[in-house]
Design a protein around this ligand. Structure first.
Ligand SMILES: [Zn+2]
Length: 679
C-alpha cells in the first residue's frame, strides 16, 4: 500500500443512492451555493470563494484540529458505528462472536473506573522484561518480544510484498524508531521546532515519573532518550528521499545485513520472531543501519532501556487512565495540532473500536448502513474514468508509442476493489474481553504481529483489503496495481439524501477519488511499477526525461506556496499527491463531459455545468485547520493541505480558466508556459 490518500467525501445525511427524487414541497438548499463567499473573487482565491461562508458559519470546535468535509463525514460514520457498538455491548453475545468482540472492546474502553484503578499495571511485566536486559547482546531477543505486545523501536521491520517480485512476500527493513511525526521535527532549527522538542522532552519526563522515576532521574532519562532519537533522526534519510523506490530497495543476505550492524545479532532477532528461514532482507536505507550500529554502542544500556520503556508507554498512553491520557493529549493533540480539549470518551472509544475491529464493524456497516447500489455506481464511474485515462494516454503529445503501449497495458490491468471486500479478515484468533482495555490493545498488537509473520513464504493474497468499507479514504497499491475505494466514499455532503447532480458526483467521486487513485499508478513513484506491480523501468529514457521535467515544474509550483508562518509546502514530498490531484481533476472533467447535464448545458444554481464541476472539486477539499495542525502536516504529510489541493490543480487547468473567466492579473492565473499538464 503506497498512497493513503485522505481523500474525503462526506455527507451529513445519507439516503438511498437510488432514491433520487424528493417529494418535499420546499426547494431543498443547494449546499454548493450556500457555502460560497461572494466577497472573494473566484479568479483570485477559488478556495475561499467556494467555502468562505461555510467556514465562517462553522468555526473549528475546541476538541478538533480541523473542520469541514472530513469532520462532517466522521460524524456521520461515527454515529452509525456508535449504534453498532451500543447494540453489541448491551447484549450477552456468544464468546468469540463478532458482536462479543465489538461490545466488549467498547465496554472496556468506556470503563473509566477500571482504567483509572489499573493505571500502568498491565505494562509492568513488560517494563520488567526490558529492565532484565544486561547488555546490548540481549537487545535482539527483547526487541523481537516487544513486537508481540505492541512495543519496539530503532527501526521498522516487517513482512511485505516484494517490490521486484510482487507475487512474493519478503522481509523488509527500513529506517524508523522516531517518536515525533517526521525527522524534520528533530533537525529543523527554527524557534517553533525547538519549542516542540522541549515540550516533547517534558512529556517524556512526565511518562518516566508515571513509571516511578524520581524527578531528577526522569529529567535525565528524558534528555538521554531525546539525544538518542536526535542521533537516529540525523542518520535518517529525508522523507522525500525515501520516495524513489529504486534507491530504497537494497536486497541483502542476512550476513550482509549483519555486516551493516555487527552490534546486533540478526539471526537471534529473526529466530525469536519465528523467522529462522529468512535468508535475505530488503533494506531501505543501508546507511541508516550502519549509523544505528554506532548509536547502539555509543549509548548506555540504561539509555536503550529507557527508550524502549518510554516508547511502550507512549504507544499505550492513549488507552490508559485519565492522567496518562491527558499527558498524551497535551503533547500530541494540543502542542502538535492546537486542539483545545479532548473529544468525549465515547467518541474516542468508538474510533478505536472501529479501527481495531474494522472488518467486524464493517460487516454490520455494509449490511445496515451502506446505500444499496453503491458497488454498481462505483463500477460505472471507475470504468468511465479508466476509459478517459486511456484516451488521454493515446493522445499525449510528449510520450512515444512504445511507452504509451505499456502505459495502456498497465491502466487496463488496474484492479478495482470497490465498496466492500468479498472476503473479510479472519479475526477469530483475537481475544477481546471486558476485563482490560489495555490488554485488548496488546492482544490486538500480538494478533497483527502473528498475521504479519505468517505471510512469510506464502504467496501474496491479492484479495486482501487494507481499508474498511466505512473508512473515508482510498488508496492505490503499486505492487498490486490496484485501487481500493471503500463504500462510504459514495456519500456526498449536504444533499440530505438526494443524489447530487452529475457535476458534483463526477468532481468528487470521479475526479478526486477514482481519477486521483488511478493517477497514482502514474505518479513519480507509481510510474516505476509495471502492470503486474513489479518495480521496473518500462519507460524509454527520452519519455522518462520529459515526464520528470513536468514533475519538476509541479515540485517548484508547490514549493512556492507558503502555508503558515514562513512554512512552505514540501514540493518534493507532496509531488505524488499533487500529480494525482491534477490528473484526477482532468479525468473527472472529461468523464463529466459525456453526461446529459454537460451536453444539454443544464444550469443549476446559476452555474454552468463546467463551473459546477469545479465547485464540486473544491467541495471535495472543504477543510480548515488550526495553524499548529497545518504546520505539523506540512512537515510530515505527503499530501498538500486542502486549500492548495484546490488552488494548485485549478491554476494549471485551462478548462477552469474558461469556466470562470480567469485572466492575466488574476491571482489564480499562470502564464501558459508555466501551466503543467501531465496526463
Ligand atoms: Zn493520493
Amino acid at each position: 500500500m503506497k498512497s493513503n490518500c485522505m481523500k474525503t467525501i462526506a455527507c451529513l445525511a445519507i439516503g438511498s443512492l437510488v432514491a433520487m427524487t424528493s417529494c418535499k414541497k420546499q426547494e431543498p438548499v443547494d449546499p454548493i451555493l450556500s457555502h460560497i463567499d461572494n466577497s472573494v473573487r473566484p479568479q483570485d482565491d477559488f478556495f475561499e470563494y467556494a467555502h468562505g461562508t461555510w467556514f465562517k458559519q462553522h468555526p473549528i470546535p475546541a476538541s478538533e484540529q480541523s473542520t469541514g468535509i472530513f469532520t462532517a463525514v466522521d460524524d456521520t460514520v461515527q454515529a452509525q458505528v456508535y449504534q453498532i457498538c451500543l447494540e453489541a455491548s448491551a447484549t450477552e453475545n456468544p464468546k468469540g462472536s463478532n458482536k462479543q468482540k465489538i461490545g466488549d472492546l467498547y465496554a472496556a474502553g468506556m470503563d473509566s473506573v477500571a482504567l483509572n484503578a489499573n493505571g500502568i499495571n498491565e505494562l509492568k511485566p513488560e517494563f520488567d522484561k526490558i529492565d532484565a536486559m544486561k547488555s546490548l547482546a540481549d537487545l535482539p531477543a527483547t526487541l523481537a518480544y516487544l513486537r508481540t505486545v505492541g512495543g519496539g523501536g530503532f527501526f521498522s521491520f516487517g513482512i511485505s510484498q516484494d517490490d521486484k517480485n510482487s507475487n512474493e512476500n519478503s522481509a523488509s527493513l527500513r529506517q524508523g524508531g522516531l517518536s515525533l511525526p517526521d525527522r524534520r521535527f528533530y533537525v529543523d532549527e527554527d524557534a517553533k521546532s525547538a519549542e516542540i522538542r522541549a515540550k516533547f522532552v517534558d512529556y517524556m519526563q512526565g511518562l518516566f515519573k508515571t513509571m516511578g522515576y524520581a524527578d531528577a532521574q526522569a529529567k535525565a532519562s528524558a534528555d538521554n532518550v531525546m539525544a538518542l532519537e536526535m542521533a537516529m533522526a540525523k542518520s535518517s534519510r529525508k522523507t522525500e528521499d525515501t520516495r524513489d523506490p529504486f534507491k530504497n530497495y537494497n536486497k541483502m543476505s542476512v550476513a550482509q545485513v549483519s555486516k551493516l550492524m555487527p552490534a546486533f545479532n540478526w539471526n537471534t532477532y529473526l529466530n525469536a520472531m519465528g523467522l529462522s528461514k529468512v535468508d535475505s532482507i530488503v533494506v531501505g536505507q543501508p546507511e541508516f543501519f550502519t549509523a544505528l550500529n554506532g548509536h547502539l554502542k555509543q549509548f548506555k544500556i540504561n539509555d536503550l532501556k529507557d527508550y524502549l520503556k518510554v516508547g511502550l508507554l507512549d504507544n499505550y498512553a492513549n488507552y490508559m487512565d485519565d492522567d496518562l491520557f491527558m499527558q498524551y493529549f497535551n503533547f500530541y493533540s494540543k502542542t502538535l495540532r492546537g486542539v483545545q480539549e479532548p473529544r468525549p470518551r465515547w467518541k474516542r472509544v468508538v474510533d478505536v473500536t472501529n479501527r481495531v475491529l474494522g472488518d467486524l464493524v464493517g460487516q454490520v456497516y455494509v449490511a445496515e448502513y451502506l446505500p444499496k447500489g453503491t458497488k454498481e455506481k462505483f463500477v460505472e464511474i471507475g470504468n468511465a474514468i479508466k476509459a478517459e485515462f486511456a484516451n488521454h494516454i493515446r493522445n499525449l503529445d510528449w510520450m512515444s508509442e512504445p511507452t504509451k503501449e505499456k502505459a495502456l497495458k498497465k491502466l487496463e490491468a488496474v484492479n478495482m476493489k470497490l465498496a466492500y471486500p468479498d472476503k473479510w479478515k479472519d479475526m477469530s484468533a483475537l481475544e477481546i474481553t471486558r476485563d482490560s482495555y489495555v490488554r485488548n490493545m496488546m492482544n490486538y498488537a500480538g494478533w497483527n504481529f502473528k498475521r504479519m509473520i505468517s505471510r512469510y513464504g506464502q504467496p501474496v493474497d491479492r484479495t486482501e483489503w487494507h481499508m474498511q468499507p466505512q473508512t473515508y479514504n482510498a488508496y492505490y497499491s503499486p505492487s498490486n496495481n490496484e485501487i481500493c475505494i471503500p463504500g462510504c466514499n459514495i456519500i456526498v455532503p449536504g444533499f440530505d439524501g438526494r443524489m447530487p447532480d452529475d457535476a458534483i458526483l463526477y468532481a468528487i467521486i470521479g475526479g478526486s477519488t477514482f481519477g486521483h487513485e488511478v493517477t497514482h499508478g502514474f505518479d513519480d513513484t507509481g510510474c516505476n511499477y509495471d502492470a503486474e506491480g513489479n518495480l521496473t523501468n518500462w519507460w524509454t529514457d527520452e519519455d522518462k526525461a520529459k515526464f520528470e521535467a513536468k514533475t519538476k515544474m509541479i515540485v517548484e509550483q508547490f514549493n512556492n506556496y507558503e502555508v503558515v508562518d514562513g512554512l512552505h509546502i514540501n514540493g518534493e514530498n507532496t509531488q505524488g499527491e499533487n500529480i494525482a490531484d491534477l490528473g484526477g481533476l482532468i479525468m473527472g472533467f472529461e468523464a463529466f463531459k459525456k453526461t446529459d447535464q454537460y451536453k444539454n448545458n443544464v444550469i443549476i444554481g446559476g452555474f454552468t455545468p463546467a463551473q459546477r464541476y469545479f465547485l464540486g472539486h473544491a467541495q471535495a477539499w472543504m477543510m480548515q485547520f488550526r495553524p499548529e495542525a497545518l504546520a505539523t502536516r506540512v512537515k510530515s504529510d505527503e499530501h498538500s493541505p486542502a486549500k492548495w489541493r484546490v488552488l494548485g490543480p485549478l491554476s494549471n487547468t485551462v478548462e477552469f480558466y474558461e469556466a470562470f473567466n480567469v485572466k492575466e492579473g488574476d491571482k489564480m492565473w499562470r502564464p501558459e508556459n508555466e501551466r503543467v499538464k501531465i496526463w
